[in-house]
Design a protein around this ligand. Sequence first.
Ligand SMILES: [Zn+2]
Length: 345
Amino acid sequence: MYKLARRFSADLAAVMAANPGADPLNLRIGSKLVVPLPFDVVPEDIALTSELLALCIEGLAARYPFMETSSAGRSVKGRGLYVVSIGKGQKSLFLNAAHHANEWITGLFALRFVENYLKAVASGGDIEGYDAASLYSAVRFVCLPLVNPDGADLVTGFIAPGSARYEDALAMNFPPVAFPSGWKANIEGTDLNLQYPAGWEKAREIKFAQGYTRPGPRDYVGPAPLTAPESRAVYELTKANDFQMTLSYHTAGEVVYWKYDGFEPPLSRETGEKLSAASGYPLETTPYESGYAGYKDWFIQAYDRPGYTVEAGSGTSPLPLTQFRRIYAANAPLVAAALDIVSRA
Ligand SMILES: [Zn+2]
């Protein structure tokens, strides 16, 4: 195995992690081995599409067989809603990213964090200063990196101009946004983070008053809660698990939102302050006009446990990939701190 690793310039520990069933001193002729080549799976310089997501999941699963891969369901256009789980603990942390189409950079961040965490677990190292093996044994980290794959495909240009899907979305672009870059909703025009049964009627009232009364690029709440399959899938995934804490990733603003309405779950402020300290993002109360029917709102109301919305990066979405390193540097410590907090809960 050492010779094989050397031949491909691969790291021996990485080869061993990818092939837990193989005896490194007694390889059998004809058996197949996975040899991780010396580069990372998740790129930092390519926009996240449904296709790139599938390739990243496939690559990570091959390199780190202890990562569990599943699906929470499918998008309106049949794209897989991939979920990865890492860890053995009874307690779990849930991270979801990119409910909003033009916030796909958060999904890329989530995948990059997943890869670095897997790498740390496999090599017995640290993740942002925390012992990865300890976190792994105490917490199950559940991550859904791309809640809105069709929307991300539209915004990134993976759905080609002139195609039926592109033209259908363009026809719905009212009130108009820069197209397709300003698109936030799913590809059928429902805002996936205004779909949860927590003050949905209130969200509807606010958004209708603002003029968002029908399917469009942003802020349409849908005909009823949980009508969009993507939001329904996140809801069902949450019901099927017992998450201690949730992190919902959005762009932008460099802020952590922690409250829903009058709800204040035990330790939610203290925990929020720790996440704020880890990232350098201030802890704030969600603005009134976007304070209802979001995933975090529903999670807090339904479970009385801490749930946060993190607005990563700064500027107008979609944020350019030149912000990726900055976003990673602020948010990897936040997610690692959340894992540590859940491990001690
Ligand atoms: Zn958002």
